[in-house]
Design a protein around this ligand. Structure first.
Ligand code: GFB
Length: 329
């Protein structure tokens, strides 16, 4: 019976889908970032020819008048909302006001302008940190708002929850097609490798690459190394966002992940091996561990027909190779 229901819901999600024309005007907000640049690469790879982008100097997405004027002039048909202020655990602790203000204003301006200017479909990118700090694992979409959030990134999480709720509200009141997806921790080429503001995986690559170059005998890993994290290679995420834009018509949020997680210690040892750092890993427990675990349940996306292709080892190797080819360190 369950199988029949999921098949029916699968076809219901697909019935009125409108696959993007290859020459449709597609705006990727945040095209220079880790996610936005991967979405542009994926669009180009899949043969889309009319991709609209604007740097933050050309268009400050926090400025509502400027965003409306941009949409009025450009009239995009589809919008990937990948623009956001993002960062790892330390950045979230240090800049809570910037995280909540920038993210709420960007998403409010872009989602509202998409409604006003008749965008056919918008995809909003949230984050796995929207879910409660302590909820059953793997985390299902319906666990949203069932208990308190992780304190270290609560402002960011609240902003992202506001964004996904805006999409739901606009769909209900105005009949828009705004879909919200919740990716797990992401990594890949064009990531942020700044040790203070980056996420854990790029930070550990940067630390070990530099330590190798400087023949240092140790690398400091923050925290106990015990928390679990799920890591999705950003090109897989980009593939999932195009899949959802083309084939998903529901209004409920969709998790995007690999369905597998590792401890911080395990990923540090894997990076150590791939980078070829011979020294010692030292764990600094004065640094925060953050959420103990946040493994996403990816059954919904799998039932729609998509799953991640890149293993963690392959993804780290590709990222390290890209860093070395671009002399990042
Ligand atoms: O990616 P990350 O900074 O943020 O990972 P979250 C933090 C975990 O990695 C903690 C450990 O357990 C840290 O102690 N860690 C070890 C390190 N070494 C390092 C290091 O050198 N740098 C960093 N950054 N961490 C993020 C949210 O949470 O998850 C974001 O803050 C977003 O807003 C993202 O939601 C998906 O995974 O804890």
């Amino acid at each position: 019976m369950k199988k029949i229901i999921s098949l029916i819901s699968f076809f219901m999600c697909l019935t009125s889908h409108a696959i993007m024309d290859k020459n449709a005007k597609i705006y990727v907000a945040g095209h220079k970032g880790l996610v936005g640049s991967a979405i542009v690469r994926q669009l180009e790879y899949e043969g889309y020819t009319n991709i609209l982008v604007a740097t933050s100097n050309e268009l400050d997405l926090r400025n509502q008048a400027a965003v409306n004027a941009f949409f009025e002039k450009e009239k995009p048909e589809y919008v990937f909302l990948a623009a956001a202020k993002v960062g790892g655990i330390q950045a979230n602790i240090d800049y809570p006001a910037q995280f909540i203000y920038n993210n709420i204003t960007i998403e409010a301006n872009v989602i509202h302008a998409s409604y006003v200017h008749g965008v056919k479909k918008l995809l909003f990118l949230g984050s796995s940190c929207i879910y409660p700090r302590n909820c059953p694992q793997p985390i299902k979409e319906e666990y949203l708002l069932t208990s308190e959030l992780e304190k270290s990134n609560e402002p960011y999480a609240i902003a992202k929850i506001a964004g996904l709720k805006m999409c739901e509200a606009y769909n209900r009141e105005y009949g828009t097609h705004f879909i919200a997806c919740m990716p797990t921790n992401l990594y890949g080429e064009n990531d942020n490798f700044n040790l203070h503001t980056s996420h854990v995986l790029p930070a550990l690559i940067a630390k070990m690459e530099r330590a190798k170059k400087e023949h240092a005998d140790k690398v400091v890993v923050w925290g106990s190394g015990a928390p679990y994290r799920e890591f999705l290679y950003v090109d897989d995420l980009a593939s999932a966002t195009l899949f959802l834009m083309n084939y998903y018509e529901g209004s409920d949020l969709v998790n995007i992940g690999t369905g597998q997680d590792v401890t911080i210690k395990e990923v540090a040892l894997l990076i150590k091996e791939i980078v070829g750092f011979q020294g010692e890993l030292v764990f600094d427990t004065s640094k925060p561990d953050g959420t103990p675990r946040k493994l996403l349940n990816v059954d919904k996306l799998k039932s729609l027909g998509w799953q991640a292709q890149t293993t963690l080892e392959e993804g780290i190797k590709k990222t390290v190779k890209w860093c070395e080819a671009h002399n990042i360190f």
